[in-house]
Write a new protein. Structure first.
Length: 340
């Protein structure tokens, strides 16, 4: 197992400030992530919902590329059924070039039927669309011309003028929502990040299928958790509970608006419910270190992914939580024996 690395996941959901201010503050926070030694920053893509105010993640990530020098970054995920493959391949190439080869490309089918339907996409067809779209993108990243004859796309000798810095293309990530999906995705060359509940993720990366899939590779295997760190335990919980109420409204907004049931079930109405699932953490640095270490041990993860910004957390609250995580949590997690 490789050395433990640290990353960040961000919905860029609506908080208490206007969008322009939210973007400015997020970019300041990303700079702090880089200075603190985080290796990756992953941004969600959502549409028609306050859960995601960066529906075109590439635009936001171009700003991230200009504000940073070392941290890797990328979408988590590009919803491939919503893109033309050649168009998206060009965007990925631009971002990889702009960043000097720091792009990580998360891709997925899209979990929200309501968001997909807005663009005329039937969720039942998304696995097939995903496969063909990604196949065409890989051709565009690795060839001077693209020829492809598939069910949805048909190309003959389309010129490709620019390729990514990273060869053969930037690292691919997949959000693993079901334990049984880990093995096939690792075998296909993906890195993985999961946000499943604690009970669901036990041994996810150390299952026989996942081990077989990762054989001969060195994938990054991440477990992501929402968290608030404070020197005062009760204050951490007060902040987390307040901010989560805003995030929970955004999470369920479109599902309720359109009458859909969330694919992975309704998120709890309270942060206490998130904590019971093991997806939300709050407390002192020692408590967070102990809890996150348990999640790493149970999953067999080598990538600790934190969600510091959510709901109406202020810039000051996020930066304080981040500082305490960096000084009081990261050293303890780094010192712990690596999972085997």
């Amino acid at each position: 197992m490789s050395q433990l690395a640290f990353g960040v996941f961000d919905h860029i959901d609506r908080g208490a400030v206007p969008p322009a201010q939210l973007f400015r503050e997020r970019l300041r926070i990303v700079e702090a992530y880089e200075q603190a030694g985080f290796s990756g920053y992953h941004v969600a893509e959502h549409h028609s919902t306050p859960l995601g105010l960066a529906p075109s993640p590439g635009i936001y990530l171009a700003a991230v590329a200009e504000r940073t020098q070392r941290i890797r970054f990328g979408p988590m995920v590009y919803v491939l059924p919503l893109y033309h493959p050649l168009r998206l391949a060009e965007e990925v190439t631009m971002l990889d070039q702009l960043s000097g080869g720091r792009l990580d490309v998360g891709v997925g089918t899209g979990v929200s039927p309501a968001e997909l339907a807005t663009f005329g996409v039937d969720k039942a067809e998304t696995p097939e669309i995903f496969d063909e779209t990604l196949a065409v993108m890989k051709l565009a990243w690795t060839n001077e011309r693209v020829t492809h004859h598939g069910k949805r796309y048909d190309f003959d000798e389309v010129p490709v003028t620019t390729h990514p810095v990273q060869k053969p293309y930037p690292p691919l990530y997949y959000g693993v929502g079901h334990p049984e999906a880990a093995g096939p995705r690792l075998a296909a060359g993906f890195n993985g990040i999961t946000m499943m509940s604690r009970a669901s993720v036990r041994g996810i990366w150390t299952s026989p299928a996942a081990v077989a899939g990762a054989a001969g590779k060195s994938p990054r295997l991440g477990v992501a958790r929402m968290l608030v760190v404070d020197t005062d335990r009760e204050r951490a919980w007060t902040i987390a509970r307040r901010a989560y109420r805003v995030w929970e409204h955004s999470f369920h907004y479109l599902w309720k608006e359109k009458g859909y049931s969330p694919v992975f079930g309704w998120r709890p109405e309270t942060y206490d419910g998130m904590a019971e699932l093991g997806v939300g953490l709050a407390g002192t640095p020692d408590e967070i270190a102990e809890q996150f270490q348990a999640h790493i041990d149970e999953t067999g993860s080598n990538y600790c992914v934190a969600q510091f910004s959510f709901g109406d957390l202020s810039l000051a609250e996020t930066m304080s939580s981040l500082e305490l995580f960096v000084t009081g949590v990261m050293p303890k997690l780094r010192a712990a024996p690596a999972p085997v």
